[in-house]
Design a protein around this ligand. Structure first.
Ligand SMILES: Nc1ncnc2c1ncn2[C@@H]1O[C@H](COP(=O)(O)OP(=O)(O)OP(=O)(O)O)[C@@H](O)[C@H]1O
Ligand SMILES: [Mg+2]
Length: 327
C-alpha cells in the first residue's frame, strides 16, 4: 500500500515559485495497477519523483508499505529505492551493454553473485519475451524491445512497486498495446504493484484497476476504475469514455447513463420506452472493455410526449438494472 498525505512540492522561491504538486493525497492498494492521468505540466513526473524519493517534497509524506520515505536518512532512502523499480519513456538503457547486461546492472550494484545474476537474468528474459535477443545492444533493438529490457531491469531485484513514467509514449499504438499487456501480465503473475503515469487515456482504459486524475498539481479525482465509470458526473470517466458535452443537447433534457456493473446485456433503453412511455434519443456514448469488464456510458435525451415523467420511478428502474444516473 502506498499512502500519500498532503504532498506539496514547490520549485523555486518568491515570484518565481512553481507549485508543481499541490496538497495531493492518494492511496494505492497493494497488487493493483494504478494510473495517474493528466495533461502535460499537471505535475505527474514531479509526483512520481517524490514517490520514488528522487525529490524531497516541500511538505507532506509518502509511505510505502511500513516505510515513511520522508523520515529516512540518505542511506535509508537508498535501501528503500532497492524495493522500487522504475521504467522511463526513453528507456534509459546503457548503450555499451547488451540487453542481458543492462538487466543484470541493478543486481551488480546490489552485489548479487554472478551465478545468481545469470539465473535471474535468464528468468527475466523469458518473462518479458526477449529470448534470442539477450546479446543484442540497445541500438540493435526496436523501441518495444528496448522497453522490454527496461521492464526486466526494473524487476530484476524483485521490487514491491514498479513505477512507470510515460512508459509507452515513445511507442506506436500496436507496440503500446503489447507493452501494456505485458505489464498487466507481470502484475498478475508476480503481484507487483504498478503505478503508471500517463497523458494517454488508452493506457488507463486498457490495464488500470484504479486511477487518479491530476490537473494543475492537484488530484481532482481518484478511485477504482469501475466505480468512477459508474459515476455519471466523473471527470475521469468522461475522459475515458466520452459521451459528448451538453452542447449536443439544446433542449437540456439529457442525462448520462453509466453501465459499469451490468446493464449492457439487457434492453434497458427499450424498457424506458415500454414502461414509462419515454422517448429516448442517444446523443453520444461509448461501450468498451475496461479492466476486463464491459463498460458503457451514454448521453441520452429523455422526453415524454405529455411533458414530465416520474423521475423517481425511472431512477429506481435504472438502479434495479445496475445503470447509474443522476436525474
Ligand atoms: N526542476 C524543476 N524546476 C522548476 N520547475 C519545475 C521543475 N520540474 C517541473 N517543474 C514545473 O512543475 C510543473 C509540473 O511539471 P511535471 O514535469 O511534473 O509535469 P508532467 O505532468 O510530468 O508533464 P509532462 O506530461 O509534460 O511530462 C510544470 O509547471 C513544470 O514547469
Ligand atoms: Mg512528465
Amino acid at each position: 500500500m502506498i499512502e500519500v498525505t498532503s504532498l506539496t512540492k514547490v520549485y523555486g522561491t518568491g515570484d518565481g515559485a512553481v507549485t508543481a504538486v499541490d496538497d495531493v493525497s492518494l492511496s494505492v492498494p497493494s497488487g493493483q495497477v494504478f494510473g495517474i492521468l493528466g495533461r502535460s505540466g499537471a505535475g505527474k513526473t514531479t509526483l512520481m519523483r517524490c514517490l520514488t524519493a528522487l525529490e524531497r517534497p516541500t511538505s507532506g509524506s509518502v509511505t510505502i508499505g511500513e516505510v515513511n520515505l520522508t523520515e529516512l536518512s540518505a542511506s535509508g532512502l537508498r535501501k528503500a529505492r532497492h524495493r522500487m523499480g522504475m521504467i522511463f519513456q526513453h528507456f534509459n538503457l546503457l548503450g555499451s551493454r547488451t540487453a542481458a547486461d543492462n538487466i543484470a546492472f541493478p543486481l551488480e550494484v546490489q552485489g548479487v553473485p554472478a551465478a545468481e545474476r545469470r539465473a535471474r537474468v535468464a528468468e527475466l528474459i523469458e518473462l518479458v519475451g526477449l529470448q534470442g535477443r539477450e546479446h543484442a545492444f540497445p541500438s540493435q533493438l526496436s523501441g518495444g524491445q528496448k522497453q522490454r529490457v527496461g521492464i526486466a531491469r526494473a524487476l530484476a531485484a524483485h521490487p514491491d512497486v514498479l513505477f512507470c513514467d510515460e512508459a509507452t509514449s515513445a511507442l506506436d499504438p500496436a507496440t503500446t498495446e503489447q507493452i501494456l499487456d505485458l505489464l498487466k501480465e507481470i502484475n498478475r503473475r508476480t503481484g507487483v504493484t504498478i503505478v503508471l503515469i500517463t497523458h494517454e487515456s488508452e493506457v488507463v482504459r486498457r490495464i488500470c484497476d484504479a486511477a487518479a486524475l491530476m490537473a494543475s498539481g492537484r488530484v481532482v479525482e481518484q478511485g477504482p476504475l469501475l466505480e468512477l465509470l459508474a459515476d455519471p458526473d466523473s471527470r475521469l470517466a468522461d475522459i475515458l469514455l466520452p459521451v459528448g458535452d451538453v452542447s449536443l443537447d439544446p433542449e437540456h433534457t439529457s442525462v448520462v447513463l453509466g453501465f459499469a456493473h451490468g446493464g449492457t446485456t439487457e434492453p434497458v433503453i427499450s424498457g424506458l420506452t415500454r414502461r414509462f412511455g419515454l422517448d429516448v434519443s442517444i446523443l453520444g456514448g461509448a461501450v468498451e472493455t475496461v479492466a476486463g469488464h464491459k463498460v458503457g456510458r451514454l448521453r441520452v435525451a429523455l422526453t415524454h410526449p405529455d411533458g414530465g415523467y416520474d423521475r423517481d420511478a425511472v431512477a429506481a428502474y435504472l438502479a434495479e438494472h445496475e445503470v447509474s444516473v443522476h436525474l
